[in-house]
Design a protein around this ligand. Sequence first.
Ligand code: MIC
Length: 680
Amino acid sequence: MGQNVAQKLIDSHLVDGTMEPGEEISLTMDQTLTQDATGTMVMLEFEAMGIDNVKTDLSAQYVDHNLIQSDFKNPDDHLFLRSACKKFGVFYSRPGNGVSHPVHQERFGEPGKTLIGSDSHSPAAGAIGMLAIGAGGLDVAMAMAGKPYTIKAPEVWGVELTGELPDWVSAKDVILTMLHHHGVDGGLGRIIEYHGPGLDDLSCMDRHVIANMGTELGATSTVFPADDEVRRFLKSQGREDAFTEIKADEDAEYDYTEQIDLSELVPMIAKPSSPGNVVPVREVEGKEIYQSYVGSSANPGYRDFAIAAEIVDGYQVHDRVSFDVNPTSRQILENLMNEGHLQMLTRAGGRIHQAGCNGCIGMGQAPATGQISLRTVPRNFAGRSGTKEDAVYLVSPETAAASALTGKITDPRDLADEPYQMSYPSVSEPDELSINTSQMVPPPGREMPGMTEDQVVGDGHIDGEPGIGAADAQGEVELEKGPNVVSLPNFEGLPDTLEGPVLLKVGDDISTDHIMPAGSSILPYRSNIPEISKFVYYQVDEDFYDRAMEHQDEGFFIVGGANYGQGSSREHAAIAPRYLGLRAVVAKSFARIHRQNCANFGILPLIFADERDYDDIDQEDTLKLENLQEGIRDERQRVTLRNETKGQTYELTHTLSPREVEMVLEGSQISVVKKEFADA
Ligand code: MIC
């Protein structure tokens, strides 16, 4: 039987296991991607492992999240990352160079390769035929150390696209339609593979939008074939040599199939406060808005800005609306300038921000209290914008621009009518892109891949060192640790008995933004666990930290509903609660990356065998687990939880593989790896 694209990518990187859904498989990782908000921790973990140099084909570190420099913290982190890149042999994308996912696709993406990124939106690289997976920082540090990455073998969900998108409807509406049909857990345990004639209507950056937000469906990854459009894209980036064709075989099969006729799609919108809360724009049109925001990794293409520019060109945005424009990268900014689109945006009232993630992660641009903010970003979990009482809706650039003009949620198709009488602007990337690599700094001994000398802007090497031959000096580089960079705490192994209170009971779909919020006052502590831990569950329960401190020594439990820990890859949502004393989460089910992060840092991810037991437990009940050392090694993966307050017992499954059991028993995966290196 023929293979689909996902199977081909897996097959060519499989080092252990078989593609039986649910079984563990281990894959070699060719590339790693880290961004600053998670990357500082990755570098500290890599340092803790005591390895000199990355073992991947290519590792790249981006500074795109923590750009605001309101005090020393973020710049401390930037310098630390720069020194770590130089020491460990990692490409360094300087602050202001742009958002990791699109920049990576442009500069380093290569069909047929695997990538693991400490950012849940890393699957965006699937747009060009890569197998890209988001993971916690420690898993990325392990991949940098040359270790294969282990996941549960996914099922492959083939989505056949037919037809052509109507005017005023674009890639964002495709992925919002998927979320409308399948919700935030519809992709759990699956790789989504798009195929079919409809692909001809989607550029690589359009595919990036869809692959990026496949994460919001809970999918392990999203892949597209590497076809002629991928060749065109790489050529436009000066890297045609990186192209290899990868297509599904004629007789390829999928575990699940679905068909979407693009010509039937309409503008869609995700209402607050979940990317799964999607309806047609028509259902909510007319509501007054405060903000309209274009940019982010979920609408990063040149086209996405150009279409917004063409829509607002010659008009002024409504005087109530903050029209925020976040260019994806310095390169796109430069091209928007060259083509006159930037001027259209500024003239119409656009507030141009530096290239980076910015407001997408609550780093500035917070909306007014309770006021509607329309954003082209990937997620709208409550409070993520930086405003606790926010009302963020996710939309396409077309809907964002149309609404910026009218001051209310507007179906962009209405612009065709009075008073605008606009025809759908036709935009595409410039034929000759201006390529700018000046802010991407290769480590000693490396050059920008695939670029000819005249395409590389600036010499670029860290400290201006010559590329070739300098690699030997890497070991001597000192890591530059300012006061905001605090080494990782040491985590003790699991005791045989855990007894403690349920410090918090929460419902379904708790996201990592609930557990470990983002925002400009919290994100700068991503390299400082003791400080950031003060904000754990802060937006859900302001006293959580104080109560946790009372129980830090004996430890405590959290009880959760389904899909616990959905959303981002931030391992801080595991490390910080663990630092406060969390030793076990008992939930109906877990999101993939967060479950792994818990295991990596010695937190037991436990699942109710009978979901009805969830109702029996109340916050503050005292829970007890005994005989853990032996109990969790038992291959039935069962443990018994005793509710001391209610006098009840509940059966739980721990779902840990033997490898993960060792991590939890040792206290963290780092302890296991340290032991391995010490024994080697
Ligand atoms: C996000 O969109 O939530 C982020 C910012 O990209 C995160 C990473 C982070 O928390 O820093 C992600 O999705 O992994």
